[in-house]
Design a protein around this ligand. Structure first.
Ligand SMILES: Cc1cc2nc3c(=O)[nH]c(=O)nc-3n(C[C@H](O)[C@H](O)[C@H](O)COP(=O)(O)OP(=O)(O)OC[C@H]3O[C@@H](n4cnc5c(N)ncnc54)[C@H](O)[C@@H]3O)c2cc1C
Length: 489
């Protein structure tokens, strides 16, 4: 334990430094580690350097690349050889996978030290592999929270920067990059440098949402948010009419810092319904006196059969979800509010060995959210069974050159993977999104075709120019950049 300001933080001693390359006996089909490093893994016994390849997977477990993954607390060292950095592998598609046959990736999950914290200003400096979970365990009790959090706490700071993640407060606070002070990076020519809005600004803004392709992020300096209590004040409201839900989501966003809607995407036309959740940090005098205990998670111990999650089980789940989320106002546990899916570890295994995809797009705002209704109609027409359907209200576009958010409704849907049918489905959804002048989120993507992506992303050329200035040979490369950006395989 080490004290930084008022905050006690776990730190690793130098003797524990390891250089670990997983061995070739690791089952090639087994998922790669996607939890924060455990003490056992860090022990010197495990620190024998080994060589070999393993199957690295995206969170949807459809994309995989057979490759070496370098793991060490010493990111400066392993970033000399790696062709891509990855965090906890929570991106659903191929963003965190190295280009096939191209070279080792590095995993940042052992490099998770908090390096500095100023309790007066709330500015934090930490290694890129620090997970939001560890960060929150150290800071929430002292009245600080991350300014923007995605829907999982199993994401690293580096992953949050590279995807420029958004949260339920995008309409008010923008995305993760808005709260960054600086980044320490190793760039393709081998140099280590610090970039910020004032220094090497182009590199800084190309890295926000740049999906790891502008360099290896080694350290992150971030402005943390002060919170009045560790609890959330939440309002839940059920809607039997989606148009009313969309109007309430927009007006709720104008008043509340956090907003999100869940939609039952498996109903017949005319029977749609959904739930609006609005939240803010509870004031000290409203909050329970005790600190919220970390929630115990259950683990899915094995892969469910691939038919397990289907339209029928989805409908049963949606009924239960509606039942358990009736109209209410009151205190909510922060983990339940921000990270409902984290209550079940490895929940991606419920989709079976074939895996699943998440499709996330933005549909620019228009009166009453009719584009979202047309999108849901299209899903029905295409026979898709969206097992999860979540809607958020985005605010202004940020400064990240390739960051996903812009004003509009963003819709995330989970779909079981069905081979060519899934490709065909994504093609048709992308045609729709293009016609609506929307775009898709690279952190979730696996099936978008390059021509659709370029048509949605007039910003790509400018971003790619910056990337190529820093890395003319595209020596930092991912499976995604080969599929979408024209990098050589
Ligand atoms: C349940 C769930 C809910 C989610 N909810 C949201 C949400 O609400 N909003 C949202 O925006 N996203 C959401 N996501 C997506 C997730 O937040 C992002 O994919 C995030 O990038 C994952 O972080 P990671 O550490 O696992 O990164 P990885 O998945 O390992 O990598 C993601 C990208 O970051 C790059 N990268 C990672 N570390 C570094 C580094 N040190 N240097 C350079 N590049 C790096 C990788 O190359 C890759 O391109 C969710 C994911 C899950 C599983």
């Amino acid at each position: 334990m080490r004290k930084i300001g008022k905050i006690e933080v776990e730190t690793m001693s130098e003797e524990h430094e390891v250089e670990l390359v997983p061995d070739s006996h690791a089952a090639s089909t087994a998922p790669t580690e996607n939890t924060a490093a455990t003490d056992a893994e860090r022990s010197t016994e495990d620190a024998v350097p080994r060589t070999g390849q393993r199957s690295l997977l995206g969170w949807g477990r459809v994309a995989h690349v057979f490759a070496r993954e370098l793991c060490s607390e010493n990111l400066e060292e392993i970033s000399k050889q790696a062709v891509l950095s990855r965090g906890l592998g929570r991106s659903y598609g191929d963003a965190s996978l190295p280009a096939p046959e191209f070279g080792p990736a590095l995993s940042t999950r052992f490099a998770d030290r908090i390096l500095d914290f100023d309790s007066e200003t709330g500015v934090l400096r930490a290694e890129a592999g620090l997970s939001l979970r560890d960060l929150l365990h150290s800071f929430l009790s002292s009245g600080f929270f991350v300014p923007v959090t995605p829907g999982t706490q199993f994401a690293t700071l580096g992953g949050c920067v590279a995807s420029d993640v958004h949260g339920k407060n995008h309409h008010r606070d923008g995305s993760f990059g808005e709260h960054l002070r600086s980044l320490k990076m190793r760039v393709a020519d081998g140099r280590i440098l610090v970039c910020s809005p004032d220094h090497e600004a182009e590199l800084f803004y190309a890295t926000l949402g740049g999906m790891g392709l502008t360099g290896h992020i080694l350290e992150v300096e971030l402005q943390m948010a002060r919170v009045p209590s560790p609890w959330i004040w939440q309002k839940v409201k059920h809607f039997d009419n989606l148009e009313s839900l969309f109007v309430a989501l927009r007006s709720g966003s104008a008043k509340w810092p956090f907003s999100v809607a869940w939609i039952d995407g498996l109903t017949a036309p005319g029977r749609e319904h959904g739930i609006l959740m609005l939240g803010r940090w509870a004031e000290a005098d409203e909050a329970p006196r005790k600190f919220p205990k970390p929630r115990k998670a259950r683990t899915v111990p094995f892969d469910a059969p691939s038919w397990f999650l289907n339209g029928l089980t989805g409908r049963i789940h949606n009924r239960l979800h509606s039942w358990t989320h009736r109209n209410s106002v009151g205190i909510e546990h922060p983990e339940t509010f921000f990270y409902p899916l984290d209550h079940v570890r490895d929940w991606n295994r419920l989709y079976g060995k074939r895996g699943f995809i998440q499709y996330q797009c933005i549909l620019p705002h228009e009166e009453e959210g009719y584009a979202v209704l047309r999108f849901l109609d299209l899903l029905r027409k295409l026979g898709a069974d969206p097992l999860l359907c979540v809607l958020k209200d985005f605010g202004a576009q940020g400064k990240g050159m390739l960051s996903f958010p812009k004003p509009g409704f963003t819709l995330c849907i989970d779909l079981p993977y069905r081979g060519d049918r899934t490709q065909n489905l994504v093609d048709q959804l992308n045609e729709f999104v293009l016609a609506e002048e929307g775009r898709i989120y690279l952190a979730k993507d696996l099936h978008t075709r390059a021509e659709h992506f370029f048509a949605m992303e007039p910003r790509f050329e400018a971003w790619n120019e910056v990337r190529r200035r820093w890395d003319p040979q595209a020596s930092i490369r991912s499976a995604l950049s080969v599929r979408l950006f024209g990098d050589d395989a």
